[in-house]
Ligand binder design. Sequence first.
Ligand SMILES: *Cc1c(COP(=O)(O)O)cnc(C)c1O
Length: 379
Amino acid sequence: MGFSTKAIHAAIEPDPVTGSIMTPIHLTSTYVQEELGKHKGYEYARVSNPTRTVLERQIAALEGGKEGLAFASGMAAISTIFSLLKSGDHVIASHDVYGGTYRLGKLILGNFQLEFDFVDTSDIDNLRNAIKPSTKMVFIETPTNPTMTITDLTAVGKICKSKKLISIVDNTFATPYLQTPLDYGIDIVVHSATKYLNGHSDMLGGLIVLNDPALIEQLRFLQKSIGGIMSPFEAWMCLRGMKTLAIRMDRHNANAMKVAHFLHNHRRVKKVNFPGLMSHPEHRLARKQMRGYGGMISFDLGSFDKAKELLKRVRLCALAESLGGVETLISHPVTMTHASVPPDQRKKIGVTDGLVRISVGIEDVEDIILDLNQALKGV
Ligand SMILES: *Cc1c(COP(=O)(O)O)cnc(C)c1O
């Protein structure tokens, strides 16, 4: 089965009771049991819900994994993964992970004697050198947010296998349409389904996919114990959105490529970060491990004032956090998504005051470029 067919059919079957072609939204907290110890596989809705089950099987099919787990948000999924750790454990993460992941690791889990190191994993030697006896987990984003660096998934998979570390890839930016980390021996894939998977900026969700039976059992236990689960309505929304993932991503890819070239050739733009450009330092690696470059671009205008001016002048591009929806969103990482990352750390990872991030939508690309062009004139 091809990707688009899977996205529509993999786990979705007509409702056996009514024939309803769409998965019903099961709004129930509990399930009636026939007799003691005899039930239909569902006992209490925090543990499992039939609508959520379908979504969990769908995302597992798309990522090529055995099991999927759905959470209330990307951060709820990531917190649950970190709950696999014990005090004293050490985690290595990409140095420009999502701001919320940085905040969770550094400002919250530090209080529980979990140690986080953030290193530039686009140079795989940095990962090797950061491993110590207490290291238990490696958490990678590729492409990263917002500087779009790429990390070698084959190398991460190999290193983590040989050192017995749990490897995790946050696949939010690429989606399984463009990249399937489990194919590279990565243990766990995590998503903010809020972004491309749902794709319509109208829900929040987190998804995990994995293969290892022992880890599946542990994460299921943590999911029901911590309780940060996805609601049946959100699961239904996400199922609906995921059916069009392939055609949306094709359009995001094509539009972003054109916008990236436009920005690259514009004299007021100092630097463009987009893995599809030949000028991107890991362009060849991106071409090898991705089936397209996605819809995310960041670019540097040189100063905070210039970024502010551009963001004031855009009309079609909406000034907002988040990404991955059908509409083009534009944002300023330093004051928005990465505000909780300290200035010296921001400098180290290339999140400069003049950096602007754009989530290229699926509008007519001419309109996006016209809007950016008129806004850049005033910068
Ligand atoms: C948004 C995002 C998250 C967090 O997801 P939420 O659904 O907002 O909790 C994690 N990782 C990446 C890469 C994201 O873009």
